[in-house]
Design a protein around this ligand. Structure first.
Ligand code: HEC
Length: 442
C-alpha cells in the first residue's frame, strides 16, 4: 500500500487555486481532538480509499468529510474489531509490504475523532489532492489491453471457465514492472488468471483469438485437454480485493515479443445478467531487470474431503531445482477453505513458517514479503491447506457431500501460488532443469 502511494506522488494533480489559498492549519497541541482534514483523511487515503472510492469494490466512497462523518460509528466499530482494512495473515508470522493494517495509534486517532463528534478542522491543499488516479491503482499504464469481445454472462447457473486470447502486438520484448486487471463487471468475477503465451507455444493453438470461448466448445482434442493445464508463465492472478502486482525495483515479469495473453476468467452468476470486458494495465521497466519474476505453484489435485469434516488437511510440497528469491504468495481455495500455510522444511522436523492465512473466501489476497527471502537450490517448500466441510461453515453449500478438485465453487481447489525471482536469462522451463548431480533428495 505504501508503495502505491509513493509511486503515485509523481502523478498527483493539485486542484484549483481556490483550495491552495486556504491557510495551513496551526500546529496542534497533543491533547486537542483529532480533526478530519488534519488527522483522519490521511489515514483514509492510505488505508481505505484504494477500495472505498467510486468505481472500486468498497460499497461506498470514503473520500469526503460528509461521507466519512455519515458512517463515523460504523467506521469506528469495524476498525476497532480489525475487520477493515481486510487482511488475513497471522500477525506473528512474516512481515508483508502490502499489509494495510492500521497501527494502534491510527486506530485511536479515528476512534477519538468519532468520539469527539467528528470535528472537520481546516481543509488543507493536500486534503484535496487526489492520491489515486481515477480507475487505475497503478500509475498510468504504458499499455492497456482489453479483451476484444465482451463476454455475455447469464443471471443464473454454473458458468464454465471462459477464455479469451488477447494478442499483445508487441514487436519488442517487454519487462512488466506493474500490472493490474480491471473487470468491467467486477461483481461477476470470482477470480481470473492471465497467462503469457509466447509465439512458439503450442498451447491452445487451434483456439479462436479475440473472442470468448470455453474448453467444452473447442473442437481440437488436445486444446480441450490442455485448456486447464499449461506450463505457460502467469502474468498475474486477480481476485476481488487483491492488490495489483508491483515488483520491487529491478524485478519484472517477461513478455516475449509476439506473445499473446490468455485471459482465463472464472465468472459466477449472481442473479443479474451482465457482460464483462476486462482490461489489463501494464507499466514497463525501461531498462533490463536484475531479476526475472516467475510464478510457481504448490498444488494437490487428489484430495477427497469427507462430509462433515471441520478440519481436513491437504498438503503439497516440492524442492526448488535452482536458487531463487521468494517474493510473494497467493493462496487459492473455494468455499470450504479455512486456513492456508506456507513453510520451509529444513529437515530433522524443523519447520520455518512463512505465512499463515485465516482464509476467507470473499477475500483472496496476495501477501508480499517485506524482505524478499533467498532460497538455495534444494530447499523444500510446503503448502498446507485446511478445509471446513461442516455445517458450521456458513459458506458451505453442502456439508453432506464428499468434495474433490473442480472448477466450480462448490468443488474445491488447493493452490499455493508463489512468486520467485530468478536470473533474467532463465525462463520457467529452464529453471526446472535440475543440475546433473541433483540436490540431495530425502
Ligand atoms: C481491499 C479493499 C478494501 C479496503 C482497503 C477497505 N475496505 Fe472497507 N469494505 C470493503 C468491501 C468490499 C466492503 C463490503 C463488505 C464486505 O465485503 O466485507 C467493505 C465494508 C466496509 C464497511 C461496512 C461494514 C462491514 O463490515 O461491512 C466499513 C465501515 C468499511 N468497509 C470501512 C473501511 C475503512 C475505514 C477502511 C480503511 C481503514 C476500509 N474499509 C478499507 C473493501 C475495503
Amino acid at each position: 500500500m505504501n508503495f502505491i502511494r509513493t509511486a503515485l506522488i509523481s502523478v498527483t494533480v493539485a486542484f484549483g487555486a481556490m483550495f491552495l489559498q486556504v491557510t495551513p492549519p496551526a500546529a496542534h497541541s497533543a491533547d486537542a481532538a483529532p480533526t478530519f482534514y488534519r488527522d483522519v483523511l490521511p489515514i483514509l487515503q492510505r488505508h481505505c480509499q484504494s477500495c472505498h472510492r467510486t468505481g472500486e469494490i468498497g460499497q461506498f466512497p470514503l473520500t469526503t468529510y460528509d461521507q466519512a462523518r455519515h458512517r463515523a460509528k460504523e467506521i469506528r466499530d469495524t476498525i476497532s474489531a480489525r475487520k477493515m482494512p481486510p487482511w488475513f495473515a497471522e500477525p506473528r508470522i512474516g512481515r508483508f509490504s502490502n499489509d494495510p493494517s492500521l497501527t494502534p495509534e491510527e486506530i485511536s486517532t479515528v476512534v477519538n475523532w468519532v468520539n469527539a463528534k467528528t470535528p472537520a478542522g481546516h481543509p488543507s491543499a493536500e486534503a484535496f489532492t487526489p492520491s489515486l488516479t481515477e480507475g487505475w491503482n497503478i500509475p498510468p499504464p504504458d499499455v492497456v489491453l482489453q479483451m476484444p469481445k465482451p463476454v455475455a454472462l447469464p443471471a443464473r447457473g454454473d458458468i464454465e471457465y471462459t477464455y479469451e486470447i488477447v494478442p499483445t502486438g508487441f514487436t519488442s520484448d517487454r519487462w512488466v514492472r506493474m500490472s493490474e486487471l480491471r473487470p468491467s463487471s467486477r461483481a461477476h468475477v470470482h477470480h481470473a488468471v492471465v497467462y503469457i503465451r509466447p509465439p512458439d507455444s503450442a498451447w491452445l493453438s487451434h483456439a479462436p483469438v479475440g473472442v470468448p470461448f470455453t474448453a467444452s466448445t473447442l473442437t481440437d482434442e488436445q486444446d480441450r485437454r490442455e485448456a486447464h493445464g499449461t506450463d505457460s508463465d502467469l502474468l498475474l492472478v486477480y481476485a476481488p480485493g487483491s492488490s495489483p502486482d508491483l515488483w520491487p525495483e529491478g524485478y519484472a515479469k517477461f513478455i516475449p515479443r509476439g506473445s499473446a495473453l490468455v485471459f482465463q476468467m472464472h465468472y459466477t452468476a449472481n442473479g443479474h445478467a451482465a457482460s464483462d470486458q476486462t482490461s489489463l494495465g501494464l507499466v514497463f521497466l525501461k531498462t533490463p531487470p536484475k531479476q526475472r519474476v516467475v510464478t510457481l505453484q504448490l498444488t494437490n489435485h487428489t484430495f477427497v474431503i469427507p462430509p462433515h469434516d471441520a478440519n481436513y488437511r491437504v498438503e503439497a510440497h516440492g524442492t526448488l531445482p535452482n536458487d531463487a528469491t521468494l517474493l510473494s504468495f497467493f493462496p487459492h481455495m473455494h468455499l470450504r477453505g479455512k486456513r492456508f500455510e506456507y513453510n520451509i522444511l529444513h529437515g530433522a522436523g524443523r519447520i520455518e513458517p512463512l505465512l499463515r492465512v485465516n482464509y476467507h473466501f470473499h477475500w483472496q489476497l496476495s501477501y508480499r514479503l517485506a524482505e524478499p527471502r533467498p532460497l538455495k537450490a534444494g530447499t523444500w517448500l510446503q503448502a498446507v491447506a485446511w478445509f471446513d466441510n461442516s455445517k458450521d461453515n456458513r459458506h458451505n453449500p453442502d456439508p453432506d457431500s464428499e468434495v474433490r478438485w473442480g472448477d466450480q465453487t462448490y468443488e474445491e481447489m488447493m493452490v499455493g501460488f508463489f512468486d520467485v525471482a530468478i536470473s533474467p536469462d532463465l525462463d520457467k522451463w529452464h529453471y526446472f532443469i535440475r543440475p546433473p548431480a541433483g540436490p540431495a533428495q530425502r
